[in-house]
Design a protein around this ligand. Structure first.
Ligand code: 13P
Length: 317
Protein backbone atom coordinates (compact mmCIF):
# COMPACT_ATOMS: atom_id res chain seq x y z
CA UNK A 1 0.00 0.00 0.00
CA UNK A 2 2.89 2.35 0.82
CA UNK A 3 4.42 1.79 -2.61
CA UNK A 4 1.07 2.24 -4.36
CA UNK A 5 0.39 5.55 -2.57
CA UNK A 6 3.92 6.77 -3.29
CA UNK A 7 3.49 5.75 -6.93
CA UNK A 8 0.32 7.77 -7.55
CA UNK A 9 1.70 10.77 -5.65
CA UNK A 10 5.03 10.47 -7.47
CA UNK A 11 3.22 10.34 -10.83
CA UNK A 12 1.80 13.77 -9.94
CA UNK A 13 5.37 15.01 -9.58
CA UNK A 14 5.17 15.18 -5.78
CA UNK A 15 8.44 14.45 -3.99
CA UNK A 16 7.89 11.35 -1.85
CA UNK A 17 10.16 9.29 0.39
CA UNK A 18 9.25 5.72 1.24
CA UNK A 19 10.77 4.60 4.53
CA UNK A 20 11.38 0.90 5.03
CA UNK A 21 13.16 -0.43 8.09
CA UNK A 22 14.59 -3.24 5.94
CA UNK A 23 17.82 -1.75 4.56
CA UNK A 24 18.32 -4.34 1.82
CA UNK A 25 14.71 -4.07 0.64
CA UNK A 26 14.94 -0.25 0.55
CA UNK A 27 18.18 -0.37 -1.46
CA UNK A 28 16.79 -2.89 -3.96
CA UNK A 29 13.63 -0.81 -4.46
CA UNK A 30 15.63 2.40 -4.85
CA UNK A 31 17.90 0.81 -7.48
CA UNK A 32 15.38 -1.35 -9.35
CA UNK A 33 12.52 1.21 -9.13
CA UNK A 34 10.12 -1.61 -8.27
CA UNK A 35 8.74 -3.28 -5.13
CA UNK A 36 9.17 -6.82 -6.37
CA UNK A 37 7.85 -8.32 -3.11
CA UNK A 38 4.54 -6.55 -2.85
CA UNK A 39 3.85 -4.74 -6.11
CA UNK A 40 5.73 -6.46 -8.94
CA UNK A 41 5.55 -4.89 -12.36
CA UNK A 42 4.76 -1.34 -11.17
CA UNK A 43 7.44 1.26 -11.92
CA UNK A 44 8.24 3.53 -8.99
CA UNK A 45 8.42 7.09 -10.38
CA UNK A 46 11.73 8.94 -10.31
CA UNK A 47 10.39 11.55 -7.85
CA UNK A 48 10.10 8.78 -5.21
CA UNK A 49 13.09 8.02 -3.01
CA UNK A 50 13.25 4.77 -1.04
CA UNK A 51 15.38 4.79 2.08
CA UNK A 52 15.89 2.98 5.39
CA UNK A 53 17.19 6.18 6.98
CA UNK A 54 14.44 7.75 9.11
CA UNK A 55 16.01 11.23 9.22
CA UNK A 56 16.41 11.36 5.46
CA UNK A 57 12.85 10.11 4.89
CA UNK A 58 11.38 12.77 7.18
CA UNK A 59 13.56 15.65 6.00
CA UNK A 60 11.33 18.33 4.51
CA UNK A 61 8.24 16.12 4.72
CA UNK A 62 5.05 18.18 4.93
CA UNK A 63 2.80 15.20 5.46
CA UNK A 64 3.34 11.62 6.61
CA UNK A 65 1.43 8.65 5.19
CA UNK A 66 1.20 5.75 7.63
CA UNK A 67 0.91 2.42 5.80
CA UNK A 68 2.00 -0.35 8.15
CA UNK A 69 -0.09 -3.17 9.61
CA UNK A 70 -2.00 -2.04 12.71
CA UNK A 71 -0.21 -4.33 15.14
CA UNK A 72 3.18 -2.80 14.11
CA UNK A 73 2.02 0.81 13.96
CA UNK A 74 2.82 1.77 17.55
CA UNK A 75 6.37 0.37 17.33
CA UNK A 76 7.05 2.07 13.98
CA UNK A 77 5.78 5.43 15.29
CA UNK A 78 7.97 5.08 18.35
CA UNK A 79 10.96 4.60 16.03
CA UNK A 80 10.03 7.66 13.96
CA UNK A 81 9.08 9.92 16.80
CA UNK A 82 12.61 11.05 17.93
CA UNK A 83 13.32 12.21 14.34
CA UNK A 84 10.03 14.13 14.17
CA UNK A 85 11.16 17.44 15.55
CA UNK A 86 7.92 19.19 14.64
CA UNK A 87 4.41 17.78 14.22
CA UNK A 88 3.18 17.06 10.69
CA UNK A 89 -0.26 15.88 9.64
CA UNK A 90 -0.56 12.12 9.22
CA UNK A 91 -2.69 10.27 6.66
CA UNK A 92 -3.51 6.74 7.76
CA UNK A 93 -4.30 4.11 5.15
CA UNK A 94 -4.36 1.39 7.82
CA UNK A 95 -7.38 -0.87 8.33
CA UNK A 96 -7.42 -2.61 11.68
CA UNK A 97 -7.85 -2.35 15.44
CA UNK A 98 -4.93 -2.78 17.81
CA UNK A 99 -4.99 -5.82 20.10
CA UNK A 100 -4.98 -5.14 23.86
CA UNK A 101 -5.74 -1.39 23.55
CA UNK A 102 -8.56 -1.97 20.99
CA UNK A 103 -7.63 1.40 19.45
CA UNK A 104 -8.16 2.66 15.90
CA UNK A 105 -5.04 3.64 13.86
CA UNK A 106 -5.76 7.39 14.13
CA UNK A 107 -6.05 7.07 17.91
CA UNK A 108 -2.68 5.29 18.09
CA UNK A 109 -1.09 7.98 15.89
CA UNK A 110 -2.55 10.79 18.05
CA UNK A 111 -1.40 9.09 21.21
CA UNK A 112 2.16 8.22 20.18
CA UNK A 113 2.91 11.42 18.25
CA UNK A 114 0.92 13.58 20.66
CA UNK A 115 -1.03 15.36 17.94
CA UNK A 116 -4.53 15.48 16.51
CA UNK A 117 -4.02 16.18 12.79
CA UNK A 118 -4.89 12.78 11.37
CA UNK A 119 -6.89 11.91 8.27
CA UNK A 120 -7.98 8.33 7.50
CA UNK A 121 -8.21 7.16 3.91
CA UNK A 122 -10.68 4.30 3.40
CA UNK A 123 -12.62 2.57 0.64
CA UNK A 124 -12.07 -0.14 -1.97
CA UNK A 125 -8.41 0.35 -2.81
CA UNK A 126 -6.44 -2.73 -3.67
CA UNK A 127 -2.92 -1.47 -4.30
CA UNK A 128 -2.50 -4.01 -7.11
CA UNK A 129 -5.19 -2.16 -9.10
CA UNK A 130 -5.00 1.57 -8.38
CA UNK A 131 -1.19 1.60 -8.69
CA UNK A 132 -1.71 0.43 -12.31
CA UNK A 133 -3.96 3.39 -12.97
CA UNK A 134 -7.23 1.43 -12.87
CA UNK A 135 -10.11 3.67 -11.68
CA UNK A 136 -10.77 3.71 -7.92
CA UNK A 137 -12.69 5.89 -5.47
CA UNK A 138 -11.86 6.35 -1.81
CA UNK A 139 -12.87 8.59 1.06
CA UNK A 140 -10.72 10.85 3.24
CA UNK A 141 -12.09 11.33 6.74
CA UNK A 142 -11.04 13.59 9.55
CA UNK A 143 -12.20 16.06 12.14
CA UNK A 144 -10.28 18.96 10.57
CA UNK A 145 -12.21 19.91 7.40
CA UNK A 146 -9.37 22.02 5.94
CA UNK A 147 -6.79 19.26 6.35
CA UNK A 148 -9.21 16.64 5.00
CA UNK A 149 -9.68 18.76 1.84
CA UNK A 150 -5.93 19.16 1.50
CA UNK A 151 -5.55 15.38 1.63
CA UNK A 152 -8.37 15.04 -0.91
CA UNK A 153 -6.52 17.36 -3.30
CA UNK A 154 -3.18 15.72 -2.62
CA UNK A 155 -4.33 12.20 -3.54
CA UNK A 156 -6.99 13.02 -6.12
CA UNK A 157 -6.15 12.13 -9.74
CA UNK A 158 -8.20 11.48 -12.87
CA UNK A 159 -8.19 7.78 -11.97
CA UNK A 160 -8.18 7.99 -8.15
CA UNK A 161 -11.23 9.94 -7.02
CA UNK A 162 -11.23 11.07 -3.40
CA UNK A 163 -14.39 12.04 -1.49
CA UNK A 164 -14.47 13.49 2.03
CA UNK A 165 -16.37 12.55 5.19
CA UNK A 166 -16.20 13.95 8.71
CA UNK A 167 -16.91 10.53 10.25
CA UNK A 168 -13.38 9.24 10.89
CA UNK A 169 -14.69 6.77 13.49
CA UNK A 170 -17.00 5.20 10.89
CA UNK A 171 -14.40 5.14 8.09
CA UNK A 172 -11.81 3.46 10.31
CA UNK A 173 -14.23 0.97 11.87
CA UNK A 174 -15.69 0.06 8.47
CA UNK A 175 -12.16 -0.50 7.11
CA UNK A 176 -11.21 -2.71 10.05
CA UNK A 177 -14.40 -4.74 10.28
CA UNK A 178 -14.77 -5.58 6.60
CA UNK A 179 -11.59 -7.63 6.95
CA UNK A 180 -13.33 -9.91 9.48
CA UNK A 181 -16.25 -10.45 7.12
CA UNK A 182 -13.79 -11.06 4.24
CA UNK A 183 -12.31 -14.01 6.14
CA UNK A 184 -15.84 -15.43 6.38
CA UNK A 185 -16.35 -14.79 2.65
CA UNK A 186 -13.16 -16.70 1.93
CA UNK A 187 -14.39 -19.61 4.04
CA UNK A 188 -17.53 -19.69 1.86
CA UNK A 189 -15.27 -19.92 -1.20
CA UNK A 190 -13.07 -22.58 0.35
CA UNK A 191 -16.09 -24.71 1.19
CA UNK A 192 -17.66 -24.16 -2.23
CA UNK A 193 -20.81 -22.61 -0.76
CA UNK A 194 -21.62 -20.66 -3.92
CA UNK A 195 -23.02 -17.22 -4.71
CA UNK A 196 -26.12 -17.21 -2.54
CA UNK A 197 -24.16 -17.92 0.61
CA UNK A 198 -21.53 -15.30 -0.23
CA UNK A 199 -24.12 -12.61 -0.96
CA UNK A 200 -26.03 -13.41 2.23
CA UNK A 201 -22.79 -13.12 4.14
CA UNK A 202 -21.97 -9.72 2.63
CA UNK A 203 -25.49 -8.45 3.37
CA UNK A 204 -25.59 -9.76 6.95
CA UNK A 205 -21.96 -8.71 7.40
CA UNK A 206 -22.92 -5.15 6.51
CA UNK A 207 -25.74 -5.26 9.08
CA UNK A 208 -23.32 -6.56 11.70
CA UNK A 209 -20.53 -4.04 11.09
CA UNK A 210 -23.04 -1.17 10.90
CA UNK A 211 -24.54 -2.26 14.24
CA UNK A 212 -21.07 -2.33 15.76
CA UNK A 213 -20.05 1.00 14.23
CA UNK A 214 -23.15 2.92 15.27
CA UNK A 215 -22.88 1.61 18.84
CA UNK A 216 -19.26 2.80 18.86
CA UNK A 217 -20.27 6.32 17.79
CA UNK A 218 -20.06 6.10 13.96
CA UNK A 219 -22.67 7.32 11.46
CA UNK A 220 -24.74 4.53 9.83
CA UNK A 221 -24.42 6.28 6.42
CA UNK A 222 -20.66 5.77 6.39
CA UNK A 223 -21.29 2.01 6.21
CA UNK A 224 -23.45 2.44 3.10
CA UNK A 225 -20.66 4.30 1.30
CA UNK A 226 -17.19 3.60 -0.09
CA UNK A 227 -15.55 2.74 3.23
CA UNK A 228 -18.40 0.37 4.17
CA UNK A 229 -20.23 -1.59 1.49
CA UNK A 230 -17.67 -0.43 -1.12
CA UNK A 231 -14.66 -1.91 0.60
CA UNK A 232 -16.67 -4.88 1.86
CA UNK A 233 -17.50 -5.95 -1.70
CA UNK A 234 -13.93 -5.57 -2.96
CA UNK A 235 -12.42 -7.43 -0.05
CA UNK A 236 -14.97 -10.27 -0.17
CA UNK A 237 -14.72 -10.92 -3.92
CA UNK A 238 -11.14 -10.12 -4.82
CA UNK A 239 -9.06 -13.06 -6.06
CA UNK A 240 -5.96 -11.47 -4.48
CA UNK A 241 -7.59 -10.24 -1.25
CA UNK A 242 -5.39 -11.28 1.67
CA UNK A 243 -8.21 -11.67 4.18
CA UNK A 244 -10.47 -13.53 1.78
CA UNK A 245 -7.47 -15.71 0.93
CA UNK A 246 -6.94 -16.67 4.59
CA UNK A 247 -10.60 -17.68 4.80
CA UNK A 248 -10.44 -19.70 1.59
CA UNK A 249 -7.49 -21.73 2.90
CA UNK A 250 -9.25 -22.24 6.25
CA UNK A 251 -12.29 -23.47 4.33
CA UNK A 252 -10.09 -25.93 2.46
CA UNK A 253 -8.86 -27.38 5.75
CA UNK A 254 -5.54 -25.63 6.43
CA UNK A 255 -4.76 -24.35 9.91
CA UNK A 256 -4.18 -20.68 10.69
CA UNK A 257 -0.56 -21.45 11.65
CA UNK A 258 0.09 -23.05 8.24
CA UNK A 259 -1.51 -20.13 6.43
CA UNK A 260 0.34 -17.31 8.18
CA UNK A 261 3.67 -19.12 7.92
CA UNK A 262 3.81 -18.77 4.13
CA UNK A 263 1.60 -15.73 3.52
CA UNK A 264 2.84 -12.74 1.54
CA UNK A 265 1.94 -9.63 3.53
CA UNK A 266 -0.38 -9.39 6.51
CA UNK A 267 -4.09 -10.21 6.62
CA UNK A 268 -5.23 -7.52 9.05
CA UNK A 269 -8.53 -9.30 9.71
CA UNK A 270 -6.91 -12.05 11.78
CA UNK A 271 -5.68 -9.80 14.62
CA UNK A 272 -8.62 -7.44 14.16
CA UNK A 273 -11.07 -10.29 14.79
CA UNK A 274 -9.62 -10.56 18.33
CA UNK A 275 -10.08 -6.84 18.97
CA UNK A 276 -13.59 -6.68 17.50
CA UNK A 277 -14.74 -9.77 19.38
CA UNK A 278 -13.36 -8.41 22.65
CA UNK A 279 -15.02 -5.03 22.09
CA UNK A 280 -18.33 -6.68 21.20
CA UNK A 281 -18.28 -8.61 24.50
CA UNK A 282 -17.30 -5.49 26.46
CA UNK A 283 -20.02 -3.38 24.84
CA UNK A 284 -22.67 -6.12 24.62
CA UNK A 285 -22.98 -5.85 20.81
CA UNK A 286 -24.49 -8.84 18.99
CA UNK A 287 -21.87 -10.03 16.45
CA UNK A 288 -22.73 -13.59 15.34
CA UNK A 289 -20.39 -13.66 12.33
CA UNK A 290 -17.44 -12.20 14.23
CA UNK A 291 -18.03 -14.66 17.06
CA UNK A 292 -17.89 -17.64 14.68
CA UNK A 293 -14.81 -16.31 12.86
CA UNK A 294 -13.10 -15.81 16.23
CA UNK A 295 -13.83 -19.43 17.17
CA UNK A 296 -12.59 -20.74 13.81
CA UNK A 297 -9.38 -18.69 13.99
CA UNK A 298 -8.48 -19.12 17.63
CA UNK A 299 -10.54 -21.93 19.16
CA UNK A 300 -10.19 -24.66 16.55
CA UNK A 301 -13.82 -24.66 15.54
CA UNK A 302 -14.23 -26.11 12.07
CA UNK A 303 -15.70 -23.88 9.34
CA UNK A 304 -18.51 -26.46 8.90
CA UNK A 305 -19.43 -26.23 12.59
CA UNK A 306 -19.37 -22.43 12.38
CA UNK A 307 -21.77 -22.62 9.43
CA UNK A 308 -24.12 -24.85 11.43
CA UNK A 309 -23.97 -22.49 14.39
CA UNK A 310 -24.97 -19.55 12.18
CA UNK A 311 -27.65 -21.30 10.13
CA UNK A 312 -29.27 -23.14 13.02
CA UNK A 313 -29.78 -20.18 15.32
CA UNK A 314 -33.37 -19.52 16.37
CA UNK A 315 -35.37 -17.81 13.56
CA UNK A 316 -35.12 -13.99 13.43
CA UNK A 317 -37.18 -11.17 11.93
P1 13P B 1 -6.98 -7.32 1.78
O1 13P B 1 -5.87 -7.04 2.78
O2 13P B 1 -7.94 -8.35 2.27
O3 13P B 1 -6.39 -7.65 0.44
O4 13P B 1 -7.81 -5.96 1.65
C1 13P B 1 -7.21 -4.84 1.12
C2 13P B 1 -8.14 -3.67 1.14
O5 13P B 1 -8.37 -3.11 2.17
C3 13P B 1 -8.76 -3.24 -0.13
O6 13P B 1 -9.45 -2.03 -0.01
Amino acid sequence: MATACATILGQKGIQVSIWSRDEQHARTMQEQRENERQLPGIKIPDSVEVTSDVESALKGAEIIVAAVPTQFLRGVLETLSPALTETRPVVSVIKGLENETLMRPSQIISEVLDQRSVVALGGPSHAEEFARGLPASVVAAGGDARLTREVQELFNTDRFRVYTNIDIVGVELAGALKNVIAIAAGICDGLGYGDNAKSALVARGLVEITRFGTQMGAEANTFYGLAGIGDLITTCISPYGRNRGVGERLGKGETLAQIVSDMKGVAEGVATTRSVYELSLQQGIEMPLTEQIFQVLFEEKSPGEATDALMMRPPKD
